[in-house]
Design a protein around this ligand. Structure first.
Ligand code: NDP
Length: 452
């Protein structure tokens, strides 16, 4: 699309995302070889002095100081505005120079209201919209928001952000799968027993009740991040990594993905109670500040999916994410089938080989069964290990680079956002009807006892 962005306007500038992830990501980009000068404007509805805003930006930029980042921080401005007000938005847009990117770091419902107001206005030519996840609050609202955006600007100017697509380890899946002959032919139903995509954290709520208590583990992690990881793990090889080919391949595999049983009961959910993690005492989730127990929010969710295509028919894909667990595990695990016949006379370790692509830390492990060191007829397990590259930019830096360079490759395409909601919709419906038991686990444990 040519010309780079001249002004980046962040709506929700006083929020958690802006200071904790977005601004540090911008600093990492500005300090890299891809950094370009831009005018940064922070917008929120509170009274914030320019001095306070500069202090926020400078503190968030601190980890990656560079001459360009210092200049951008110094020239940045804060504007008080209600982003649902047409007059306020017109005033904010009037302050922009060059091509404009609007970053909606707002609660999802406020983003919808802001877009509805912007749809009644003349937008700056070539404007880019960056919309945070979750995109909409359910399938119907995601569809409605997409239809609204279609009336406002072309798809390539809409950047639906999911920072997992900016994680270099997630992108490593592409190199691993499509630049090696040894893995790709094996990744299919005749060879694979099951796939697990897991993002278990030792962190609890960490004062994020305002957002998390309305989302829960299923919407916060599985509906967006983990389904995109599934798409990259299971999609057909694209001809290129340009936006159309990559996102087309992701959309195709997600269209074929569904819950294991149509009624959504191939899922489990639980919530943590009081416990201790690494010596840190955590209260019961419902006693955390800002939590409304009536919402019945889960902090651990698991869904088993199947992909109805030639490659994957019948292979279960288990997606799980939880908070306050005793051990963090963030990886894609491919469990291969047992060999069709183990020659009689070979004994010892049985069981399948596994390929583990770990998101954090970024590593790859292929565990193999080999002949034993002592008795060669007794099998042993051995692991091939490799560290994976961490990339020059942080995940948010990578995503912002795509936005500011107007390259939608790492943006979630509109139909992909809708597919992700469509896949989890039967689970949400089953949970609303209480068709799935609501279990509990102690913080610091490995989850509900029955799950082990
Ligand atoms: P916060 O609630 O911390 O921040 C939102 C900000 O928007 C607040 O400062 C809020 O002001 C402001 N705001 C609300 N309504 C208006 C309005 N009408 N006009 C102007 N400003 C307004 O949310 P987060 O930063 O945590 O999250 C923002 C988005 O990013 C969400 O969609 C979330 O899902 C997503 N996200 C967040 C992550 C995180 O780690 N925080 C991670 C990934 C995605 P006020 O306080 O006065 O309401």
């Amino acid at each position: 699309m040519g010309q780079n962005i001249g002004t980046l306007i962040i709506f929700g500038a006083s929020g958690d995302l802006t200071s904790r992830l977005l601004l540090p990501g911008l600093a990492s980009l500005l300090g890299s070889s891809r950094g370009e000068e831009l005018h940064l404007i922070g917008v929120d509805r509170g009274d914030v002095s320019d001095a306070d805003w500069h202090a926020t930006v400078t503190a968030s930029f601190a980890s990656e100081s560079s001459a360009l980042a210092t200049k951008v921080a110094k020239n940045s401005r804060y504007l008080k505005a209600d982003v649902t007000s047409k007059d306020d938005l017109a005033r904010v847009l009037g302050e922009a120079t060059g091509r404009v990117a609007l970053y909606f770091a707002l609660p999802p419902a406020v983003t919808i209201l802001a877009c509805t107001t912007l749809a009644t206005m003349d937008l700056p030519k070539g404007v880019m919209f960056a919309l945070e996840k979750p995109f909409g609050t359910d399938l119907a609202s995601a569809r409605k928001l997409n239809r609204l955006l279609e009336t406002m600007l072309p798809e390539e100017q809409v950047f639906r952000v999911d920072h997992f697509l900016g994680k270099s380890t997630v992108l490593n899946l592409l190199g691993l799968r499509f630049a090696n002959r040894i893995f790709e032919p094996l990744l299919s139903a005749p060879n694979v027993e099951r796939v697990e995509i897991v993002f278990d954290e030792t962190l609890g709520l960490e004062n994020r009740a305002g957002y998390y208590d309305k989302a829960g583990a299923l919407v916060d992690m599985i509906q967006s991040h983990l389904l995109l990881v599934l798409a990259l793990t299971a999609m057909e090889p694209p001809a290129s990594l340009d936006a159309d080919d990559l996102r087309g391949a992701m959309a195709q595999v997600l269209r074929a993905t569904r819950t294991q049983r149509k009624n959504g009961t191939s899922s489990r959910r639980a919530r943590y109670g009081a416990g201790t993690i690494n010596g840190r005492a955590l209260p019961d989730y419902v006693d955390e500040e800002g939590v409304d127990p009536a919402r019945g929010t889960e902090t651990l969710a698991e869904v088993t999916l199947e992909i109805d295509n030639w490659r994957w028919a019948g292979v279960p894909f288990m997606l799980r994410s939880g908070k306050a667990l005793g051990v963090g595990r963030q990886d894609v695990l491919v469990v291969f089938k047992e060999v069709p016949h183990l020659p009689t006379g070979l004994t010892g370790v049985a069981g399948p080989s596994c390929l583990r692509i770990s998101i954090k830390p970024a590593t790859l492990d292929l565990d193999l069964v080999i002949n034993g060191q002592g008795d060669p007829f007794t099998l042993e397990r051995s692991a091939l290990h490799s560290d994976l590259g961490s990339g020059e930019l942080s995940a948010y830096g990578e995503v912002l680079a795509g936005l500011l360079e107007s390259d939608p490759t790492l943006s979630v395409r509109g139909d992909v956002a809708e597919e992700c909601w469509r896949i989890v919709e039967p689970v949400l419906a089953a949970w609303r009807k209480d068709a799935v038991p609501f279990e509990s686990y102690a913080a610091g444990s490995a989850g509900p006892t029955a799950w082990q």
